[in-house]
Design a protein around this ligand. Structure first.
Ligand code: ADP
Length: 539
């Protein structure tokens, strides 16, 4: 006969994470560099009070459970209040990526039927451009005080500070089912329309516990954490929640993510760890190198969203920062793997350890992974067999927002990535399945080839794409950007591959461009490169 456990039950709600911080880490600071240019600081206690003021204001205006509230905002304290205040009343905080094309933003706002949209002043002209195309939005709220509102605007506006001002923060968070939706984020839709992933209170809370663990992101109350990854990109990888969970000091960098801005903010606030995509860290180390600076407090940077090239990890080590490789995706909230120690790791040589650190890492507890072949059968964890990567776990999407059918394949989410897994469980992404180069029946990893190009001292950036080939179906082409002042030739770069990969994997050619196109989340837009150079070997 079943015997229920006899422990207290409290639903895992995001409001309880903030409440915990407001009680147990009340005086710990949240520091924000505002789009206005100044630095704002307050505490978890203040954040809690203002999030409750916002909850009261939304409640008073008829926003309730399940309603979607859009945000177009950088990382800052008002965005934190939206994360907690909106989800706290059972409504859904829909973070919109402002770097998408305006048509995509309109599509997303209309698809999710956002009732209110909150936006930073820096997105005012974007809002003027799209407001008339979003008929369901009842209210546009600018994240500023009354005095900063523009005099003339395309639609009626309200200021955030006025919206929350009439409320006192004496509010008890409602209790509801932890499986209710809390936040909504759309994938960037590099192919087809963007698709929404609807996170629940439970899924985000469990990911926060999983991400705080020592072999995951090792979060602690003693750290000062700066999420550089935007809060509109998969909830800044959960850091606004997980840092609050452990009561760490938070530093929110606002709109300026160049090397100089980050370095000065990190030094000023004593930032110890951060997280962002490789392009951000490339800019950071470039600035540090040019100015001869090293970090005094900043020690760990989580690098994810795209593969961390080994030369980047080495350059970061030179300026005193350890790169921690992580892999994930919007559908995984996003944390899937983190590359950190394991029982076998400590006994390995420095060279072997570096090879491990180039991998994307081991599954975060709570996530399970497998690789499968074209017949769907599971492949061995031998570090050699590459197959389609599948994931399942507490914070993996089941279906897309509004979709009729589950996205799962026999209970597993197909990630669209191709990977190997070694006997110690370290997963290594060799490619996205649509980027892999299929040459005469063999698969060539585009990531491996571009990493080699980028380790050439005269190459600043590189991407490897598959180009149609009359004999081999597809062959690899490197599209590269030379370092300033360099005139390195294609031949020089091709010679650089000797001994690094099998002869048949060496790219067929290198083309040089002034810059590489980036997606809205800062990754190289390979689709655009394929459209431009896909017929290169046919010409
Ligand atoms: P989008 O799919 O719209 O680009 P995501 O942020 O969800 O947005 O991207 C997830 C994908 O990014 C993964 O499926 C994977 O291909 C890639 N990715 C993320 N982290 C890494 C990493 N550390 N190494 C290689 N690829 C990565």
């Amino acid at each position: 006969m079943e015997l229920p456990g006899q422990m207290m039950y409290a639903p895992m709600l995001l409001s309880s994470i903030l409440e915990q911080a407001a009680r147990h880490s009340a005086e710990v600071e949240i520091v924000s560099r505002r789009v206005e240019g100044d630095v704002h600081r307050y505490t978890y206690r203040d954040c809690h009070t203002r999030s409750k003021q916002l909850a009261q204001a939304l409640d008073a205006r008829g926003i309730g459970a399940g309603d979607r509230i859009g945000t177009l905002a950088w990382n800052g304290y008002r965005h934190m209040e939206l994360y907690f205040g909106v989800s706290g009343i059972g409504a859904v905080c829909h973070t919109i990526n402002p770097r998408l094309f305006p048509e995509q933003i309109v599509y997303i706002i209309n698809h999710s039927r956002d009732r209110f949209v909150f936006f930073d002043a820096s997105f005012a002209s974007l809002v003027e451009q799209i407001a008339a195309l979003c008929p369901h939005v009842e209210k546009w709220v600018m994240l500023c005080d009354e005095a900063a509102l523009p005099n003339a605007f395309a639609v009626p506006l309200e200021s955030y500070e006025t919206l929350i001002a009439g409320h006192d923060g004496h509010f008890t968070w409602p209790s509801f089912d932890e499986r209710q939706a809390a936040l909504l984020c759309y994938t960037s839709g590099t192919t087809g329309d963007p698709k929404g992933v609807l996170y629940s209170h439970r899924s985000i809370t469990l990911m926060c516990y999983g991400s705080a663990l020592p072999d995951t992101l090792a979060l602690s109350a003693t750290e000062t954490i700066a999420p550089v990854v935007p809060m509109f990109h998969v909830n800044a990888w959960g850091l606004p929640f997980s840092a609050t969970l452990v009561g760490a000091k938070l530093v929110l960098p606002g709109a300026k993510l160049d090397g100089e801005s980050l370095c000065s903010l990190f030094e000023q606030e004593g930032v110890t760890m951060s997280a962002g995509v490789p392009t951000v860290w490339l800019g950071f180390v470039d600035y540090m190198r040019r100015t001869g600076k090293t970090s005094t407090t900043f020690r760990r940077a989580v690098v994810g969203g795209a593969a961390c090239p080994p030369h980047l990890a080495a350059a970061m080590a030179e300026v005193g920062v350890k790169a921690v490789h992580a892999w994930g995706m919007t559908e995984l909230s996003p944390l899937g793997t983190v590359c950190s120690g394991s029982r076998g790791y400590a006994g390995k040589s420095a060279e072997e350890q570096a090879a491990i650190e180039a991998k994307q890492g081991r599954a975060v507890p709570g996530i399970d992974l497998k690789i499968v072949g074209s017949d769907g059968a599971e492949l061995p964890w031998d570090g050699q067999s590459a197959g389609d990567l599948m994931a399942r776990g507490h914070w993996v999407a089941d279906r897309y927002f509004g979709a009729e059918h589950s996205a799962l394949d026999d209970g597993w989410f197909p990630t669209g990535d191709v990977a190997t897994i070694d006997p110690d469980g370290y997963m290594h992404i060799t490619d996205r399945s649509k980027d892999v180069i299929k040459s005469g029946g063999e698969w060539i990893s585009s990531i491996e080839l571009e990493n080699i190009a980028m380790s050439h001292p005269e190459i600043e950036k590189a991407a490897c794409i598959a180009c149609a080939h009359p004999k081999w179906d597809e062959r690899p082409l490197i599209v590269a950007v030379r370092r300033e002042g360099s005139s390195v030739s294609a031949r020089d770069v091709l010679d650089f591959y000797a001994g690094k990969v099998a002869k048949w994997c060496v790219p067929d050619d290198i083309v040089f461009v002034d810059d590489l196109p980036l997606t809205a989340t800062g990754k190289v837009q390979k689709l655009t490169l394929r459209q431009r150079f896909g017929g290169y070997f046919l010409a």
